[in-house]
Design a protein around this ligand. Sequence first.
Ligand code: ZN
Ligand code: FE
Length: 255
Amino acid sequence: MTIQIEAIKAFSDNYIWAVHDGRHCVIVDPGESSGTLAFLDRHQLRLAGLLLTHHHHDHVGGVDEIRALHPAPAWGPDDPRMPRSLRLVGEGDSVAIDELDLAFSVLETPGHTTSHIAFHGHGLLFCGDTLFSAGCGRLFEGTPAQMQDSIDKFAALPDSTRVYCAHEYTESNCSFARKVEPENPALAERCEQVAELRKHDRVTLPSTIGAEKSFNPFMRTRDRAVISAAQRREPGRADSPSAVFGVIRRWKDAG
Ligand code: ZN
Ligand code: FE
């Protein structure tokens, strides 16, 4: 069987991503254990490893319970707030999962948290709470400049890269993005598609890097229309991509 990627829903809007070949499985960001344990059981999968992007409870809350029943390595950033017994990884490190013949490279993507990381390989990106479709993570610990740099790392990946975000925030992100770029046809199309998917409670992910570049304001801080919107919102402030980023992020946070 080829590799399949399935979303395990958790809490109100988290996705725990399961990457499997019908025999072995890698789980990304298990914020709670029950859905993952049931998934492994139902599909009779052996756990080959856990990939962890950052320390927030809705991403690591299930790690210990899952590993107690399915001993497997877990990879994550070097941060005392993370669960114990991790294989610590940082920028440029490679995570090899031999059972699935997969290898992911690690990108450090500070902004949402200072030690946030993402995993990239085989045309897949697991970006945790750094990038969302049509949006990005809140800046809990980092600066707009850090988050702009992190998202620039994603922008440098091939357009076809499939983006697996950790939350279903796409619909509300689309409504905000339309305030920034009311005349972007790619955004209008994405909003329409997302409204239809959500009406039927369907997952709006994965997205792709190419698609996000066409409608996600946080990937478009060098675009004329986004710069103008930021300048109207905070006159005199939006004089660099990261300043534009900061204006747009503050605008979104203001609701
Ligand atoms: Zn988070
Ligand atoms: Fe989260």
